[in-house]
Structure formats: structure tokens, C-alpha cells
Design a protein around this ligand. Structure first.
Ligand code: GLV
Ligand code: GLV
Length: 381
């Protein structure tokens, strides 16, 4: 790896916070400076290893903001603890790269950035859905290669999603936002698989169905799947929105892919290892009308052999939350998590973290995943 560059913001700050990548926008810097921090930012786009980060933590470090590409485990949390660290935030909503138990053991709060990336990620899931259904990547490659000889009745036949059945695996914030876009926009029936019943989502679909019938249109349906197998058999399009942990690793394996409709669409904007990617490549090779849209990969940034050659796969490089507003908002939330913990503030339990992007945000941390284990007080308003 090449030489690392670090820049310093607010050098006179008394608390030292390290940030392993440049983040978009300026507000996050003002949040930390406002809490009396000196901020050291790694300006290199090289990925930092555990020893690199350990060296950056050094002997005195009050807090850190890290990336989902980094392995925040026992080694880094014990180093951070020894350096006097009292706060860590991941610059992501997902935190499968963080060993939260190790952080808790060392008394270090772990923040994440929910809420601000919900709509952006759902919008990318929608983009991938239609790119896969309508063969956007494949037909664009054909056009750019000069192969288009004129309009033909059967050129790139794809799938219509209007009034078909959508399946979502994981009906959290992002899954629900995606379901809402697809149900409302394309009048799809919804089947969801989640450990919990999601009454607000069910009510949304039934209210929308009542609206449609009031206009003389057919109703739409919503149901909770008893098993993931039921959902996979029934849905025309399946989108994955579950967190990655040991219970969801390879949730979509070869057996389950084989339950899906031959011309189904599978979308993943959550985490790569939720799909057995080798099995997916084999399945896509065998079934040319099966289509996938992927933002995340099992061995990111590497792709499993054969994936990049599949015409029926639309692939983008983990950019679902990448809108300017979203990535700036994630910076504000991550910085506020760290600043709030260093200031001794409680953790926010209000309905939406978007208040932290407004003027006069609450004096609280937007989201600390181990707040309960660490006994950190919470506030609602
Ligand atoms: C991105 O993948 C995130 O978890 O925020
Ligand atoms: C993440 O924001 C989720 O709960 O889906």
C-alpha cells in the first residue's frame, strides 16, 4: 500500500478523533469541532488494514469513525480503549464489520447511520429491479457494440412487473420503503418475510388497495409469508433487505434459488454473503430468463468467477446509498454519534433520525447499537 496521507481539521481541539476516510460535505466536521475535537482524516482512498488503523489510533484517541470495509474487532477496540477511546461510529447502517460484543466488553459505544439512507437505498433497489426486468445493462451493451440493426418485435423481451407479486425478505426501514415504492408505483401484490409482523406496512397496502377499489380498479393484497420458501415460490420479484449475521449468511442458497420462478427477478442491496454467490452464478447460467440485480457481493470487491460474464445480471459497485444528500447525512449522523458520546449525551429514541440534519438538532446520539448493554440513557424528544 502506498503512503498514507492524513489531514487535520480544528488542530486546537482537545479530544482526538480519527476518521479513516474523507466523508462528503462539511457539516460533520463542524459537529465534531463543536464538541471540542481535533479531527484527523485519512485522505487516501487505499483501504486501511487493522495494523494501519491501530497505528492511527496510537496512544491517545478519544473516538473514531470507520468504514464498512474495515474489520473493527477485538484488536481495534482494545487499542482504542487503551488510547482512552470512548466512542466509535460506523459510517453505514449495516455493522456486520463490527464486533459489537468486543466493543461492549471495552465499554465503547458503537454508532451507525440509520434513517438517512433508507430512501436512497430503496431507490437503488428499484433501479436494479427495472434494470434487471427490462434488461437495461444487456441491451445497452448491445447498442454500444453497434449491434442494433433496427426495431424488432422480440428485441430484448423482458418482464412486466405491474400487478405482479413482490416478495421482500426483511421488512425493516429499507425493505418497507422499497415495498411502498413498488406497491404504490406498480400496483404489485406484496408478500413479506420477517420475524415480526409489520402492521404499519400491512395497513399501508390495505389503505392503498381501498383507494384503488374506490377508483374502480382491482384490489392488491398483502400477506406475511410463514416461511421464506413460500415467498420464494410465489413472488415474481424478490428483494433482500435483511441484516447480515450467522442466521442470514447464505439464506439464498441453491435449493432456495431452485424454488423461485424460472423468470423471477432477485435483487440484493443488503449484504453480499446473504446469497451463495457461486450457486447464484450456476443458477443464472442454467436459467437465462432468471434475472438478478446486485449492489453487494459475497467477497467484495471481488466477484465470484463467472458473475461478470452473465448477461442476466445487473451489477453495481455497492453504491445504493450514494447520493450527495444521503452520504452527507451519514457523515452528520456518524459525527453526531461520536460527538454526543464524548459530550456524555444520551441516545435518541425518537421516531426519525432526520431531525439531526435540521438546525438545532437534539443533544443526543442518533443511533448507538449497544446503548442498552452499556446502560447509556435514552431520550425520546
Ligand atoms: C451500506 O451498505 C450501509 O450499510 O450503510
Ligand atoms: C435499515 O435502515 C433497515 O432497517 O432496513
Amino acid at each position: 500500500m502506498g503512503a498514507r496521507e492524513w489531514r487535520v481539521y480544528n488542530p486546537s481541539g482537545k479530544k482526538r478523533v480519527i476518521v479513516t476516510k474523507e466523508l462528503p460535505g462539511e457539516r460533520w466536521l463542524r459537529v465534531l469541532a463543536g464538541a471540542g475535537c481535533r479531527i484527523e482524516i485519512c485522505t487516501s482512498s487505499d483501504f486501511l488494514s487493522v495494523p494501519d488503523i491501530k497505528a492511527a489510533i496510537g496512544t491517545r484517541c478519544d473516538g473514531a469513525i470507520g468504514q464498512l470495509t474495515e474489520d473493527w474487532g477485538e484488536e481495534l477496540f482494545s487499542a482504542l480503549k487503551r488510547a482512552g477511546g470512548r466512542a466509535y461510529s460506523n459510517y453505514a447502517v449495516g455493522y456486520n464489520n463490527v464486533n459489537v460484543n468486543a466493543a461492549t466488553k471495552h465499554g465503547i459505544p458503537v454508532g451507525n447511520t440509520p434513517g438517512v439512507l433508507t430512501e436512497a437505498t430503496a431507490e437503488m433497489a428499484v433501479a436494479l429491479t427495472f434494470a434487471a426486468a427490462r434488461r437495461v445493462g444487456e441491451s445497452e451493451r448491445y447498442l454500444r457494440a453497434g449491434e442494433f440493426k433496427g426495431w424488432l418485435p422480440s428485441l430484448f423481451l423482458g418482464e412486466l412487473l405491474w400487478r405482479k407479486t413482490l416478495g421482500i425478505v426483511g421488512a425493516g426501514r429499507i425493505g418497507t420503503a422499497y415495498a411502498r415504492m413498488m406497491v404504490e408505483g406498480h400496483k404489485m401484490n406484496l408478500i413479506y418475510y420477517d420475524l415480526l409482523q409489520k402492521k404499519p406496512l400491512e395497513d399501508f397496502v390495505s389503505d392503498y388497495s381501498a383507494f384503488l377499489t374506490s377508483k374502480g380498479e382491482p384490489p392488491i393484497l398483502c400477506k406475511r409469508a410463514q416461511t421464506i420458501e413460500d415467498l420464494l415460490r410465489e413472488a415474481d420479484c424478490v428483494s433482500l433487505h435483511t441484516a447480515l449475521d450467522n442466521s442470514t449468511r447464505h439464506l439464498i442458497n441453491l435449493e432456495r434459488l431452485q424454488l423461485m420462478k424460472e423468470n423471477a427477478i432477485l435483487i440484493n442491496t443488503s449484504r453480499g454473503p446473504i446469497i451463495d454467490e457461486e450457486a447464484l452464478v450456476a443458477h443464472c447460467r442454467k436459467h437465462s430468463s432468471f434475472r438478478v440485480g446486485l449492489d453487494v457481493f459475497e467477497d467484495e470487491p471481488a466477484l465470484k468467477p463467472g458473475l461478470a460474464d452473465l448477461q442476466n445480471a445487473v451489477i453495481v459497485p455497492h453504491i445504493a446509498s450514494s447520493t450527495r444528500w444521503t452520504r452527507q447525512g451519514m457523515g452528520t449522523l456518524a459525527a453526531t454519534n461520536v460527538a454526543a458520546m464524548l459530550m456524555g449525551y444520551p441516545v435518541w429514541k425518537g421516531p426519525s433520525t432526520l431531525v439531526f440534519l435540521e438546525d438545532n438538532p437534539p443533544k443526543a446520539a442518533p443511533s448507538i447499537v449497544n446503548a442498552k448493554e452499556l446502560g447509556i440513557p435514552t431520550i425520546e424528544t
